[in-house]
Unconditional design. Structure first.
Length: 131
């Protein structure tokens, strides 16, 4: 799966920048919440689809999926999250740390740790966790 291995490239297209700009506020925490909410609104996370839609694990072109309602696996949702945050201009790739774990179901799972000032936020849109 391309987003589990290595670091996928953060895209910067006019479509992505337009969406990121609409989610940006003057407060980085609020911007993070807006981006997280956008991802939760547009992408679903049904676990059985991890196995019934296996080709989606290989999606790495955020520009193609950024505005289409659909199921996306955790690593692709994580890539969209990071791409939108960087495109707001408030976050750099240094602020975002990829984490990979094994779920109780025995599958790999990816989420992101985000540094805002001295706080670290766990952002896991697939499992609806932002804290």
């Amino acid at each position: 799966f391309p987003n589990f291995i290595g670091n996928a490239k953060i895209e910067r297209t006019s479509k992505i920048k337009k969406i990121a700009k609409s989610l940006r506020t003057n407060n980085k925490e609020k911007t993070l919440k807006n981006v997280f909410s956008y991802i939760k609104k547009i992408y679903s996370s049904e676990r059985y689809k991890l196995f019934t839609l296996p080709w989606k694990h290989f999606y790495s072109n955020v520009n193609k999926v950024i505005d289409k309602k659909q199921f996306l696996p955790c690593q692709v949702q994580d890539l969209v999250l990071k791409t939108l945050l960087v495109n707001t201009g408030q976050f750099s790739e240094r602020d975002l740390k990829k984490r990979i774990t094994i779920t109780p179901f025995g599958t790999l799972h990816q989420y992101c740790l985000i540094k805002i000032n001295s706080k670290i936020f766990k952002a896991d849109p697939f499992f609806s966790i932002l804290r």
